[in-house]
Design a protein around this ligand. Structure first.
Ligand code: KG4
Ligand code: ZN
Length: 358
């Protein structure tokens, strides 16, 4: 064996049970088990998520280790998501990691789920390194950050209400599409006209200036209501079936418009030549295209492959390795937190105060 550290990463914050074995920079084992049980309910049922993690976590870890050809005893550290997320789900992964760390006498690292998403792209492309502007868009969070270095993040903007992924999931429901809604809306949008229906661009106006409270923030709840009104109108006139794809395409375009405009403002202000997209919504084809167009010749946009954009253990192992290198070993009585504070994140204008678990 080489000297490269072997990190076991565990992710159980929502509805994916995942484990990864990271050896140095190489991902030697990676298993992601999605819980399709929630599809029936049109959203994640927290109690079911926790039970499913509990039933599968042993098997998922064993498979990842087997893929890597490594025994549990050869692991140098165990990293697990400690939050934010569903508390019952988090407790399963973190509890497993604590027990293993105790039994093996190996360091335990508590990882923040959204910081882990920042590390998704660098697993595949070593150039996805700070300084960069990061847009983290998932089912529960929408954050625009300036990452000056790993562990040194400035919060520029966030959502005032729904997360971007949540908006996709809700619009999917309105259109009668299955959960998770993002991929379904995106697939349907391919058949529609993105200019067909004019929807409001929330929190986006030319008159906004740097320093304004809404310059970087986003909001998706008004957009969601606007889509609902359109859907109801089309349903009443019997046109919904024929126009469903247009609604999906117009909604997706609007979300991309807002997110790209806000990210480009951040690029302009920070002078960054890199943009990193993270979280489940970063798997969105249109968002990636539009962001690349927006960035043009002034830099590069990074995103991870779908497997590493959605929830996965590899990003947790990678973020865990970074925290471990900084000596941040968690005590064995560390507890999971549904709204864990983002480590190293400071709000603009208040550099000394750590931001909450936005
Ligand atoms: O990061 P993630 O896997 O889990 C959370 O941390 O929440 O993100 C899940 C979210 C869901 O809301 C899902 O609908 C959305 O990401 N999503 C997408 C796409 N793939 C997943 N949204 C838009 N387009 C996609 N292709
Ligand atoms: Zn996530």
């Amino acid at each position: 064996m080489s000297d490269a550290p072997v990190i076991l990463g565990l992710e159980t914050s929502c509805d994916e049970t995942s484990a990864a074995v990271l050896v140095g920079d190489r991902l030697e084992g990676h298993v992601i088990l999605s819980q399709d049980v929630h599809e029936v309910f049109g959203g994640v049922v927290p109690e079911l998520a926790a039970r499913h993690h509990l039933q599968r976590v042993d098997h998922v870890v064993a498979s990842a280790l087997e893929q890597a050809g490594i025994s549990l005893g050869e692991v140098d550290a165990i990293a697990a998501t400690a939050g934010p997320g569903l508390i019952g789900a988090l407790l399963v992964g973190l509890g497993w990691a604590k027990a293993a760390a105790y039994a093996l006498e190996k360091p335990l690292v508590a990882v923040h789920h959204m910081e882990a998403h920042l590390f998704g792209p660098v697993l595949e492309d070593p150039d996805a390194e700070p300084p960069f502007v990061a847009l983290l868009v998932s089912g529960g969070h929408t954050l625009l950050l300036h990452a000056r270095a790993w562990g040194d993040y400035r919060l520029l903007g966030e959502t005032r209400d729904d997360a971007a992924g949540e908006a996709f999931d809700k619009v999917a429901k309105m259109l009668g599409l299955p959960y998770p809604g993002g991929p379904a809306v995106s697939r349907l949008a391919l058949e529609g006209d993105p200019e067909a229906i004019r929807l409001p661009r929330p929190m986006l106006s030319r008159s906004q200036k740097p320093g304004d409270a809404d310059y970087y923030d986003v909001s998706f709840s008004g957009l969601k209501t606007a889509v609902l009104l359109v859907v109801q109108k089309l349903e009443a006139s019997g046109e919904l079936d024929a126009r469903r794809a247009d609604v999906a395409a117009s909604f997706e375009e609007t979300v991309a418009d807002v997110l790209v405009a806000k990210t480009m403002r951040a690029v302009l202000e920070t002078g960054c030549t890199r943009v990193v997209l993270g979280g489940g919504v970063s798997a969105n084809r249109r968002l990636r295209e539009r962001m690349t167009e927006g960035m043009g010749e002034s830099g590069r946009v990074f995103w991870a492959s779908p497997r590493l954009s959605l929830d996965n253990g590899a990003m947790v192992a990678r973020a865990g390795r970074f925290r471990l290198e900084r000596g941040e070993v968690a005590p064995l009585d560390v507890t999971a937190s549904a709204n864990l504070a983002f480590p190293g994140l400071v709000r603009t204008g208040a550099p000394a105060v750590a931001a909450g678990g936005a």
